[in-house]
Design a protein around this ligand. Structure first.
Ligand code: SAH
Length: 441
């Protein structure tokens, strides 16, 4: 939100920018601050641009499309710096300039379109309006793969033709909940996965036929079964109904196999730059061991294995661990080993089993937004790594975890934000910590 002042009183206003003078409707007030709705811009901020997507304001996906891309980058850099100092209490580190995108549109390799009923009773797909479950009909998202449009049209036409109903969250009835589309930007391979309420999709042969006709790059058509009344998009089980249950993509010289349930970075061009930075920070030597925690399908593990003696990966999603092992084989890499389970359980257990002798030269952490569990941080410190490379998608939890490391003998050396999610307020950051040397002055 933009933060504005009226006679000294603070108002938080969604979609307002620093430098705007605006007419705002006050919608909620508290003693020291309130919330307002942006009604009209009187004088626009010099950083304001016309958002290319007509849905930018109502959709929950892009919060800052109306801010010039250059200023978006500056905003993200600042956000990281502020959190590090306010929450992390860290100073005296080197911050490399944020790595921005050259083309900040149509960059995503994954989109999950909710399917539901519009006001007129027609099937709609698009995006949830910010903080709600109301679907805004949108077929040409400015950050999704342009190939998605024809694919969702094809699925909707198929549903209409065969009377297949959209899932209704309020009644729990209907079949199709989400359309997940994943593309391998460097291989061109596409996966279409229909998340369905139930175990069977009627007329699936017809769906396969129309989808393949619409886009011959579709190599995988899956159904994912989710019959729970939940906001979680994917259910536990995914079955291929055409082709394989995965697609492949390359980052640098490595090839990765990705299934519907596995995590894979959404912006492959920026991912290469991010991993290169992680590799640079890890500064590996050939005799060194690495633990890559929260390793997903082994992307970073395999990237680092080329420079290390041995890499161990830990990941909670079993399907992703299976992919990680397949990816090692696919790339003929043998100095990696993967464990399935929660990092905060697996790593302390391995440490205990070793009788407290488990050590690692480098530890890589790449947790989800909530950051690392303290039990894991404790064990990492006991493993006495020389260097820790922390890759984070939420600078607030990163700052919290850095504070913990700071109190336990590690210093932040270098940090580099990377824009993986242009037009959203999210920012990815990679940083290097090293063990505080007793000799250092
Ligand atoms: N390093 C990978 C994945 C990072 S995303 C990459 O760059 O592609 C974070 C990963 O952590 C996801 O794969 C998620 O499934 C996994 N995860 C979430 N909680 C976990 C936990 N408690 N222990 C281990 N892995 C976890």
């Amino acid at each position: 939100s933009g933060i504005g002042k009226v006679d000294g009183y603070t108002l938080f206003v969604k979609d307002a920018l620093i430098g705007d003078t605006a007419e705002v409707k006050v919608i909620k007030t508290k003693k020291h601050y309130g919330y307002g709705r942006l009604m009209r811009i009187i004088t626009p901020s010099p950083d304001r641009v016309e958002a290319p997507c007509p849905h930018a304001r109502s959709c929950g996906g892009c919060q800052i499309q109306h801010l010039s891309y250059e200023r978006q980058l500056a905003f993200k850099e600042n956000k990281v710096r502020n959190l590090l100092s306010r929450v992390g209490h860290v100073e005296d580190y080197v911050m490399h300039p944020i790595i921005g995108m050259e083309h900040p549109y149509y960059y995503r390799n994954k989109a999950q379109f909710p399917v539901g009923l519009g006001k007129d009773g027609q099937i709609v797909t698009g995006f949830y309006a910010g903080r709600t479950h109301q679907i805004i009909s949108c077929r040409n998202c400015a950050i999704a793969d342009p190939a998605s449009q024809l694919i969702i049209d094809t699925v909707l036409d198929f549903m209409k033709q065969y009377g297949i109903r959209a899932y209704d969250e309020t009644t729990g009835k209907g079949i199709v909940r989400h359309i997940l589309i994943r593309s391998g930007k460097s291989t061109g391979q596409i996966m279409v996965c229909l998340v369905i309420n139930g175990t069977r999709l009627p007329h699936k042969e017809e769906l396969i036929e129309v989808l393949r006709e619409a886009n011959p790059q579709i190599v995988s058509i899956c159904i994912n079964i989710n019959d729970k009344n939940t906001n979680v998009i994917l259910g536990r089980e995914t079955k291929a109904i055409y082709g394989q249950d995965y697609i492949e993509d390359c980052i640098g010289s490595l090839r990765y196999r990705i299934s519907a349930q596995s995590f894979y970075q959404v912006n492959p061009i920026q991912t290469k730059k991010l991993y290169d930075k992680a590799l640079e920070y890890a500064d590996l030597h050939e005799d060194e061991t690495v633990w890559d925690l929260y390793c997903g399908i082994g992307t970073i593990s395999l990237f680092l294995s080329q420079k290390a003696d041995k890499v161990y990966g830990v990941e909670i999603v079993e399907q992703a661990v299976k992919n990680a092992r397949e990816n090692a084989a696919l790339n003929e890499i043998s100095n990696v080993e993967f464990f399935a389970g929660a990092a905060e359980e697996v790593v302390p257990a391995k440490y205990r089993e070793s009788g407290g002798t488990l050590r690692s030269d480098v530890v890589v952490l790449d947790p989800p937004r909530k950051g690392c569990d303290e039990k894991l941080l404790q064990t990492v410190i006991q493993m006495e790594p020389k260097r820790i490379v922390y890759v984070s998608c939420d600078p607030a939890t990163l700052a919290r975890d850095l504070k913990y490391f700071g109190e336990n003998g590690y210093v932040l050396k270098r940090i580099c934000p990377c824009d993986m999610f242009g037009h959203s307020y999210h920012v990815e950051t990679v940083c290097l910590l090293s063990k505080r040397s007793i000799m250092s002055m």
